[in-house]
Every structure is written in C-alpha cells, then in structure tokens.
Design a protein around this ligand. Structure first.
Ligand SMILES: NC(=O)c1ccc[n+]([C@@H]2O[C@H](COP(=O)([O-])OP(=O)(O)OC[C@H]3O[C@@H](n4cnc5c(N)ncnc54)[C@H](OP(=O)(O)O)[C@@H]3O)[C@@H](O)[C@H]2O)c1
Length: 314
C-alpha cells in the first residue's frame, strides 16, 4: 500500500510503499479517510517520546478516521507499530463510529488536541471541584485554543490564556479568554487573575513557562483562604523539567499531576471520546485545519502554521 514512510529516527517521511498490516485478534482493517499530524506523531516518529518503540522503518500517525468493510466511518486509534495512520489502510484496536454528519477531516484534526483538555476538565467536574478560574498555559496552540473553549463550555467563570505569540493571543482573546504574554512579568499573570485563585491549570508548556506561572502564584501573602489548585501537565514544549517553588506548596493546597497515554484511564477515554466527538460534529468547539494529500507528505511535515495538518490518502 502507499504510505508515508520514516526510515530512521529523525528522518523526514517519504511517500512510498509499505507492507499491508495484517490484523491480529482485536484489530480491524480500515481504509483511512483522514489522519491528524499532531505533535505526538512527530515526537513518536523521531523516537523522542516515552511511547516510542524504536522500530524503523515505520508509518507515522496515531489516530484518524476510516471505514472498515461495513462502510461505517469510525474514529480509529491504538495502532500497532511500525504501522500508523498515514497510509491507505490501517489495522486498529480502537474504532468509534462518528456521529451522523461529522466531517472526517475535522474529527481527525481535532480529537487528539481537544481530548487533552476535555479529559482533565471533565474529571474536575466529576470530582465536584469548583471550576471558577482556569489557566491555560500554552493557549496559542491548537490544544490550547480547544482547552479555552472546553473550559468555558464546562462552566469556567474566567479563563486566563498564556502564550508567547502576540498575533495568536488575539485568537485566544476572541475565544473569550483573558490573554497574557509569557514575555510579560509575572505581575501580568497576577493582574489577569484579579485576585482569583485558579482551580485548574491546563499546562501544555511546562519548563520555564510553568516556573513563571508558579512564581506569580507563590506571591500570595498570608491570606488564610484555603485555595485548592490542580496543575495538570499535558505537554512540555517549554522544557522537560521545571522547579516547583516550596513556597507555592506551603501557601495553598497545590496538586500536580499529568494527563496523557498511561495516566488517563482507557475506560475514561472510551467514555468521553463519543461525547467530545459529538461536540465537534455539532461545531460547538472547533480548531482550524489544513488538508494535504498523502503524496505531499513532505510538504505537510514541513508546515508550521497555525492550523492542524490533516493528511488524506490520494
Ligand atoms: N498529554 C496529552 O494527552 C496530549 C494531547 C495532545 C497534545 N499534547 C501536547 O500538548 C502540546 C501542545 O499541543 P498542540 O496540539 O497545541 O500543539 P501546536 O498546535 O503545535 O501548538 C503548540 C503551541 O505551543 C507554543 N510553544 C511552543 N514552544 C513554546 C515555548 N517554548 N514557550 C511558549 N509557547 C511555546 C507554540 O507557540 P508559537 O505559536 O509561539 O510557536 C504553539 O502555539 C504538545 O506538546 C503536545 O504533544 C498532549
């Protein structure tokens, strides 16, 4: 079959031939309609993610939309390496029917980045925690912009979106968040919070960006109010490590946890995927996509614009 093929860690993908996957028990063979080029796809392909298996050559792509022999459009995932969704066909363990009328390309581009905030937000609501103010650290990316929309839809009274790109922060503002530039002093974060303590931080950056936010939150004074904040680590684009100030842990009830493959429960993901997919299908939440044919995979891979790349077989 025709596929995007990566020959070794760090290599660019080429459009070529790759052996057809043969489904094993629990997998179904599907014809791919669309697959999203998410940051995870790049880091897995480069061998740089904790989930990388180091088997090359490989076909990149972790999820997508396709049809099995029954012709039903399904959201597909859980694909066995070295196969992936940037190909004509895939054998996948996960297959969830799309809601009627859903656009396969939009679903392929939106589910991975959107679910990254939907899951922690929904568990925050389920645990009966107050939503109040939500901070999105790294709000200018696709996952960040979807996080702003998800937080507002799930009852956040105020969303503070933090990012580094001024033009893209204007988009964040247009979605209803208060936007803060990372380059500004921590006091800019303090004034955007306007005395409120965030109940939830959705963090796509970690590293120095998380440190900057923590230093703003640690300057709390002797206020006796028992502020509970949950910091959810989702991405690490600003650094793999971050130093957590002791004062932050003493000055409020502060919990740090992660959300990703391995920490989010599969049962929870399975329960929430159809709910979020329905919202995407009804255009209650959206992110811009840019569609490329599979034969132009080199161009798709090189794209670094503000849209989520979606690859479709020729
Ligand atoms: N754990 C999970 O389940 C899960 C799921 C989805 C995504 N993620 C992760 O979440 C992160 C964001 O994903 P995405 O889909 O939103 O990616 P994206 O659309 O490529 O956006 C990345 C954003 O991060 C910004 N950025 C990059 N480096 C930065 C830095 N050093 N300081 C400040 N901003 C920086 C970029 O800003 P500029 O515009 O200024 O370049 C861009 O707006 C990725 O690491 C991804 O792997 C995790």
């Amino acid at each position: 079959m025709r596929a995007a093929v990566i020959d070794r860690a760090g290599a660019e993908p080429r459009y070529g031939d790759f052996p057809e996957p043969e489904p094993v028990t629990g997998e179904s063979l599907s014809r791919i309609r669309a697959a999203g080029l998410h940051p995870l796809v790049r880091s897995l392909a480069a061998g740089a993610h904790y989930g990388s298996e180091g088997v090359y050559p490989l076909v990149p792509g972790i999820d997508g939309v396709g049809t099995a022999s029954d012709g039903v459009l399904r959201y597909l995932g859980l694909v066995r390496a070295p196969w992936g969704t940037f190909a004509e066909r895939v054998a996948a363990r996960l297959g969830i029917p799309l809601p009627p009328g859903a656009d396969p390309e939009v679903i392929a581009g939106t589910l991975n980045p959107g679910m990254s905030s939907w899951l922690p937000l929904r568990s925050h609501v389920r645990e009966g925690k107050d939503m109040g103010t939500v901070v999105v650290l790294g709000a200018t990316g696709i996952a960040g912009r979807l996080a702003v929309q998800n937080a507002l839809a799930l009852g956040a009274e105020r969303v503070v979106g933090i990012g580094r790109d001024e033009a893209r922060l204007a988009d964040v503002r247009a979605l209803g968040a208060q936007a803060v530039r990372l380059a500004d002093r921590p006091s800019a974060i303090v004034s955007a919070l306007d005395g409120a303590s965030p109940s939830l931080i959705l963090d796509f950056l970690w590293g120095s960006a998380a440190e900057q936010l923590w230093s703003a939150l640690a300057a709390k004074g002797f206020d006796e109010k028992p502020d509970h904040t949950v910091h959810v680590e989702i991405g690490a684009l600003a650094g793999a490590s971050a130093a957590l100030p002791a004062a932050l842990l003493r000055s409020r009830a502060f919990t740090v946890r992660g959300s990703g493959a391995g920490s989010a429960s599969l049962a929870e993901i399975m329960a929430e995927l159809p709910v979020f997919m329905e919202r995407v299908a009804r255009v209650e939440v959206s992110a811009p996509i840019e569609v490329f044919p599979l034969s132009r995979i080199a161009e798709a891979w090189a794209y670094r614009g503000p849209r989520r790349v979606v690859v479709v077989p020729d």
